[in-house]
Design a protein around this ligand. Sequence first.
Ligand SMILES: Cc1ncc(COP(=O)(O)O)c(C=O)c1O
Length: 184
Amino acid sequence: MGARRSWFLTNGASQANRTAAIAVRGLGERVLIQRSSHSSFTDGMLLAGLVPAFIAPSIDERHGIAHGLTPAVLDEKLADEARAGRAVSSVYAVSPSYFGSVADVAGLAEVAHAHGAALIVDGAWGAHFGFHPELPESPARLGADLVVSSTHKLAGSLTQSAMLHLGRGSWPIALSLWSREPTR
Ligand SMILES: Cc1ncc(COP(=O)(O)O)c(C=O)c1O
């Protein structure tokens, strides 16, 4: 998976989303979240006391369905927020989308980091990513700082089993979570 560390969870990717929200609160209170996200991240924001701004995913007008964020749109929105004095500390994106489209996670990570924000990727529907060359790459290998994965959806496991992966970047979230690891 390319993760520096993985936490194996019960209570599903919902619990991973809540945990991710609490983790990024340590970086600052503002988070930019993709509008088409799972309600568990909203739970997490409320629990953590995060202040959200919302960003719309790209829309497939022909089929009337929402896909993901693009790096260009993210860049524009982060610049707008910063200009308005609301610079965010973290970005929350969903990939793959509910309809199976995969975002340019490497591009999103580059943009988020350039704006001083950590990137959380909700990859609930992509627990199998990165396990075969013909599948999309694991978001943890593409620069995401935290990756939410719902093992019991497409990977096949007992209901409620999920994972939260910590990326390998040099981002402070990695360091702050890593430094809390018990010494062995
Ligand atoms: C994008 C996304 N994230 C998180 C979740 C929560 O997953 P779980 O059922 O493992 O709690 C879902 C559930 O459908 C989801 O679609």
